[in-house]
Design a protein around this ligand. Structure first.
Ligand SMILES: Cc1cc2nc3c(=O)[nH]c(=O)nc-3n(C[C@H](O)[C@H](O)[C@H](O)COP(=O)(O)OP(=O)(O)OC[C@H]3O[C@@H](n4cnc5c(N)ncnc54)[C@H](O)[C@@H]3O)c2cc1C
Length: 438
């Protein structure tokens, strides 16, 4: 780091020490860049932290790590342990009198719930996934694609349930079919031992070993200038000089930091619709139906999973971590009281008498799973904003809403790596800010 009147000039200041910030910092520091990582929170980790509840590690809502995230994590020195949740599971449909009707997944193809033609539609859809040209479907909505491929509403419900499971998103009319099919192809996940906090802790260790300076309780309120002289202002009034900045805050939070602001036309690419869930996180002492480990709504945007069935999460072997969740619609305004009531009613159906088993519970009404739905209207994954911010040399963004790769943590990891590589390669000239000119 060069000293300027005793003030350091950083190569890179990163706003946010979540998964994206930590990952970018490791690539950069290992390439010899001086890196300062700032977070407004008391600890690194952002949305990937786990909380200690009744001696168990509880993620902020149900978190499952796609195996396709492992290569980047391993590259930065993190090899998580955990296990693939095992079938069998159950799907929930609307019953005849408006109540729930549970069908074991295995019986979908073997039992009589689906007609012969419906079974064949479901099989055809899944067997064709590996051959589907996802790039041709980027600008097609999932709803339009499913209506063209599957005539049975019941089979579409099954597919939509599985789409919600792998994207957390309940907006078939907006979602890009190409992005969804890519995501479905990478559907194998791990539940992580000691929760996602173990990812955060390992990433933090690797960053510190690479000489990244991590400063928590540091709120960034402004980013000015451009490469090679940028200024980051903190809430306490201090100012930091740097050549590059990576912001891993959300799109609107990042825009609010910029002085001067982007033009109204440039801002358009950052106007995204967030993906949210209502989460009921439970530490339980067993459950009334111990064999029921995983239940997914087909006609309802609901989820139940016992994460202790696959991962080691509690010091007390009698206690288990269970996540229940509602995927919130992007178009209907949700009422937290109603959502909590619905989640508890769902539990009454699948685990009658569950209340007696609760050691501790927590309701998180509107968790931000992702900053942006990957929409057909924006052209799917290739239409998302790229890490380089247009017209701002030296400024990059990373997170689950950035870049042409993946959803959720995969996008945070891939965009963090890409932003770091652009800085390392000094690719200041390539500043379109979007992929494929979208
Ligand atoms: C309920 C739920 C379930 C999920 N399930 C899954 C799943 O199963 N699989 C999956 O892959 N992903 C899942 N995710 C998403 C995953 O947690 C996120 O994609 C990932 O943690 C995002 O990391 P990030 O670093 O991009 O963003 P964040 O974790 O949001 O990190 C951004 C950081 O920036 C900091 N910050 C923001 N503004 C400022 C500022 N002005 N100054 C200083 N610091 C600032 C914040 O404090 C934060 O720490 C889930 C998320 C939720 C909420």
């Amino acid at each position: 780091m060069i000293q300027n009147h005793n003030k350091p000039i950083w190569d890179v200041v990163i706003v946010g020490a979540g998964i994206a910030g930590l990952t970018a910092s490791i690539y950069l520091a290992r390439a010899g860049q001086t890196v300062l990582l700032l977070d407004k929170g008391k600890h690194p980790g952002g949305r990937a932290i786990s909380t200690e509840i009744a001696a168990a590690r509880v993620n902020l809502g149900a978190h499952a790590l796609s195996k396709s995230a492992l290569p980047i994590l391993q590259e930065v020195g993190v090899t998580p342990t955990g296990a693939v949740p095992k079938p069998p599971g159950t799907l929930v449909f609307e019953g005849t009198n408006g109540g729930y009707r549970a069908i074991p997944l295995a019986q979908l193809l073997l039992g009589s719930f689906l007609k012969w033609q419906e079974k064949s539609q479901l099989l055809r859809f899944y067997t064709s996934l590996s051959k589907t040209d996802t790039s041709a479907l980027c600008k097609v909505s999932l709803q339009a694609h499913l209506e063209a491929q599957i005539s049975s509403p019941r089979v579409r419900s099954v597919v939509l349930g599985l789409v919600r499971l792998s994207t957390y998103c309940d907006a078939p009319d907006q979602l890009s079919a190409g992005a969804v099919i890519k995501q479905l192809k990478q559907s194998q996940v791990l539940y992580i031992d000691e929760g996602w906090q173990s990812l955060v802790s390992r990433l933090t260790e690797q960053a510190q070993q690479a000489n990244v300076l991590i400063r928590t309780s540091s709120v960034v309120i402004g980013i000015t200038g451009s490469y090679p002289q940028m200024m980051v202002t903190l809430k306490d009034g201090s100012q930091l000089t740097t050549r590059h900045v990576i912001s891993t805050a959300g799109p609107m939070d990042t825009l609010a930091l910029l002085n001067p602001a982007l033009t109204p036309m440039e801002v358009e690419a950052y106007k995204l619709t967030p993906v949210r869930t209502a989460c009921l996180d439970l530490v339980v002492s067993g459950m009334p139906q111990p064999k029921t480990k995983f239940v997914l709504g087909a006609d309802y945007p609901l989820y139940y999973s016992n994460h202790s069935a696959a991962a080691s999460l509690s010091e007390n072997p009698a206690n288990e971590v269970v996540h229940v969740m509602k995927y919130l619609s992007a178009s209907i305004h949700s009422d937290p009281t109603q959502d909590e009531y619905e989640l508890k009613g769902f539990l009454d159906f699948i685990q009658p008498g569950w209340r007696k088993h609760v050691v501790q519970q927590r309701f998180l009404p509107r968790m931000l799973v992702s900053h942006g739905i990957v929409t057909a209207a924006n052209g799917g994954l290739p239409g998302r904003p790229g890490p380089a911010v247009k017209g701002r040399p030296g400024l990059y963004v990373a997170g689950d809403w950035v870049g042409a790769e993946g959803m959720l943590i995969n996008a945070s990891l891939a965009s963090a790596k890409e932003a770091a590589q652009m800085i390392i390669a000094g690719r200041e000239k390539d500043k379109e800010g979007m992929y494929h000119g979208a």
